[in-house]
Design a binder for this molecule. Structure first.
Ligand code: ADP
Length: 163
């Protein structure tokens, strides 16, 4: 079975991401989760924290065959380094498609031997984005149905109110 890379911001990892990794493991030998260091966004968690949160979430879910990296280079360069031939991404609503399509086309130009594979989101995760989770947590809302327990705890710490 091929080796896959699952790249993303994961700020923070959600049940949507965890589901992609779970289903990805049925298709691929190893899934390498790659946290983008990404200087264009201002993440609330550092790359190291995001790796740690994803790792603890995967442990909590009992998924094996998943490895973790943070990376500030081209995704396809890391894929080559790890002998991965698949980039695993998810599709929620139609808006995802346009963004994903341009990334996939560009990656194919850069590395013709590497294929992008999309998994359709589960219905219950269709509206789930890291951005919404951050906003809800920032305002003190309950995010426990959107993110695994280690992430719930980390968000609570991050947005702990001083009142
Ligand atoms: P990026 O900033 O690179 O888009 P994200 O962390 O937002 O990174 O997402 C990483 C990948 O996971 C993307 O392919 C995205 O479409 C997918 N994804 C995110 N949330 C969900 C979800 N709720 N269901 C399915 N796929 C998702």
């Amino acid at each position: 079975m091929p080796i896959a890379l699952h790249p993303g911001s994961f700020d923070p990892p959600t049940f949507g991401h965890l589901d992609l990794v779970t289903r990805g493991r049925k298709l691929f030998d190893t899934v390498h989760v790659v946290v983008a260091v990404n200087s264009r966004k201002s993440p609330i968690f550092s790359a190291e924290e995001r790796v740690e949160l994803f790792r603890r979430s995967v442990e909590w879910a009992g998924i094996d065959g998943v490895e973790f990296h943070s990376w500030d280079g081209l995704t396809v360069d890391l894929a080559r380094k790890l002998s991965a031939t698949v980039l695993l991404r998810g599709l929620r609503q139609s808006g995802d498609f346009e963004a994903e399509q341009s990334i996939a086309l560009m990656n194919r130009r850069l590395a013709p031997g590497i294929e992008t594979v999309y998994l359709a989101s589960r219905e219950e995760h269709l509206g789930l984005t890291s951005t919404l989770v951050r906003d809800i947590a920032r305002l003190g809302g309950d995010v426990s149905s959107f993110v695994p327990p280690p992430v719930v705890e980390a968000l609570r710490e991050r947005f702990r109110r001083s009142t």
